[in-house]
Design a protein around this ligand. Structure first.
Ligand code: FRU
Length: 549
């Protein structure tokens, strides 16, 4: 029906049908961005036919689907070609390491390589005849050994270091390290890259990479595989928490001699501290884009509707718009995640609004026409006098448990309502909530409220978010990408991110609207500038002359 058809996105990566999940890394090769991803060619949910889908693009946004790169067709991957990583080696070769689910559901690691390196599309892949190249080592359970990833190449002894996520018998997350010269013979190192300090369980899709800590180095080549730790660098360890289904990262240092990662602050280690995204976002992976000298992050955004609706739609899950990753040299405490600049080339009609006063308890409709594919950039100021007059307030405020956008405080919530109907009975609210702590300092919470995002039943709705640093003299800044059934929001130019899947029933087609709102009880908030662009569809399709996956 119409409503379900409307949920298909206009500019997100989305195969024509069926289930997709983990991005299995991307690479730039002979003029094309290649993207590999978990794909089930036979249905709208995960099952043992899980395979590697493959697509190419010139700009990370307009995609051509290619035939699947890898499918389960050997005993060592009979129950699925699971996640792994494609790596462009410094000598020009390409290797794929992936986890196979064997007939008995043992997780083993396998090697595949392109048949023809001179084919820019890398259409054909062959699996190594010595697969599996790794089976679970003693002490590791058969089902806790997955998502291999070559992190570093040692030029002096030509050895690659490959890491694999796991957990120990006490349920602590661990990262195993193997070395190899040929991707066929491997040696397990006695030490591990990192172990979590809390029993967070299995670490999926582990990623490790450097970020520059000074602005002058920010855009320099930061290709982990050939780089030595040194001044001006920090390292990011990321893992997907199987128990909790969130992607956490930690900032820290990396020591080559011991091949260990040490978080700067143990109380915000991976699994308990910072997240790439406070909403729906999982199994992410970065790749180093040597073409534009940047690190790019992909994650998949699953469904929170019913299996029945997925079956009716004929598809499930999206990939987020790729995000660049930089270290935040202002706060020094977080990463900056931002949609790749190519998105801006999809912007069409621009509506600009300036200095709009938002009185306590009011909304303001932004007249932008059909509001289903948008890129919104907004900056807010909160009335200084109201801030000064506010003593300690809302010290226990928390996005998830404090009632969302309807709960009024002295200095918030204020922000935007997207995918809203005219009556506002359907809306997704992205907002700031400012409070004053016991120490007298202001704290800003950045939240996304899904509670009224759909009138349909059987949908998981939450309020997601976290606190976000707002430095002295800064305005409160939001960027929101709206695309039918997904809302990706960035606070303070990428210091905190929240992605939601939403399924409006009335705020669809030309009935979808966007509003500013201020639900504070005391403070006048001014929307200093608001830019709303319509975003063109990317009309992804199968590569000319080839067959759909
Ligand atoms: C993460 C994950 C990976 C695994 C893959 C299988 O979503 O569980 O650990 O390799 O999915 O599809």
């Amino acid at each position: 029906n119409d409503m379900l058809r409307w949920q298909r996105t206009g500019f997100h990566f989305q195969p024509g049908k069926n289930f997709q999940a983990d991005p299995n890394a991307a690479m730039f090769y002979k003029g094309w961005y290649h993207f590999f991803y978990q794909y089930n060619p036979t249905g709208v949910a995960w099952d043992y036919t899980i395979s590697w889908g493959h697509a190419v693009s010139k700009d990370l946004l307009h995609w051509n689907y290619l035939p699947m790169a890898l499918r389960p067709d050997h005993w060592y991957d009979r129950k699925g070609v699971w996640s792994g990583y494609s790596t462009l080696l410094p000598d020009g070769r390409i290797v794929v390491l992936y986890t196979g689910g064997t007939k008995e559901l043992v997780q083993v690691q396998n090697l595949a390589v392109p048949v023809n390196l001179s084919d820019p599309l890398l259409l054909e892949w062959k699996k190594s005849h010595v697969n599996p190249i790794l089976v679970p080592p003693p002490g590791i359970e058969d089902h806790d050994f997955r998502d291999p990833f070559p992190v570093w190449y040692n030029e002096s002894d030509s050895r690659w270091h490959v890491v694999i996520g796991s957990k120990d018998p006490e349920h602590y997350g661990i990262v195993l390290i193997y070395t190899t010269k040929d991707f066929v013979n491997f040696t397990l190192l006695p030490n591990i890259l990192h172990s979590t300090k809390q029993p967070v369980g299995m670490l999926e899709c582990v990623d490790l990479f450097p970020v520059a800590t000074t602005d002058s180095r920010a855009n320099q080549a930061l290709d982990m595989t050939t780089m030595r730790p040194g001044p001006g660098l920090k390292y990011v360890l990321k893992a997907s928490m199987d128990d909790e289904r969130h992607d956490y990262y930690a900032l820290g240092s990396f020591d080559l001699d011991s091949f260990t990662f040490t978080p700067d602050d143990e109380t915000i280690d991976v699994g308990i501290g910072l997240r790439y995204d406070w909403g729906k976002f999982y199994a992410s992976k970065t790749f180093y884009d040597q073409e534009k000298q940047r690190r790019v992050l992909w994650g998949y955004v699953g469904e929170v509707d019913s299996k029945r609706d997925d079956a009716l739609k004929g598809w499930a899950s999206l990939q987020n718009i790729p995000r660049t990753i930089l270290f935040d040299t202002k706060t020094k405490s977080n990463l900056i995640l931002w949609p790749v600049e190519e998105v801006e080339s999809l912007r069409t009609i621009n509506k600009n609004f300036n200095s709009i006063p938002l009185y306590p308890g009011s909304t303001y409709q932004l007249d932008v026409g059909e509001a289903t594919q948008l890129d919104i950039v907004a900056e807010f100021e909160v009335d200084e006098k109201a801030i000064e007059a506010t003593a300690e307030a809302d010290v226990t405020y928390n996005c998830s448990t404090s009632g969302g956008a309807a709960n009024r405080g002295v200095l918030g919530p204020f922000g935007l309502l997207v995918l809203a109907n005219q009556e506002l009975s359907e809306q997704t609210a992205t907002y700031f909530y400012v409070s004053r702590g016991i120490d007298g300092n202001l704290r800003t919470h950045f939240c996304q409220d899904e509670l009224r995002s759909s009138k349909a039943g059987a949908i998981t709705k939450r309020v997601v978010g976290s606190t976000v640093p707002v430095l002295h003299g800064e305005t409160w800044a939001l960027r929101i990408l709206v695309d039918h059934s997904i809302v990706e929001s960035f606070a303070q130019r990428g210091r905190a991110v929240a992605t939601s899947r939403v399924y409006p029933t009335e705020a669809i087609y030309s009935s979808a609207r966007v509003f500013l709102f201020n639900n504070a009880t005391d403070a006048i908030v001014t929307a200093k500038t608001v830019n709303v662009w319509h975003i063109n569809s990317t009309y992804n399709h199968v590569f000319p002359g080839l067959v759909a996956p």
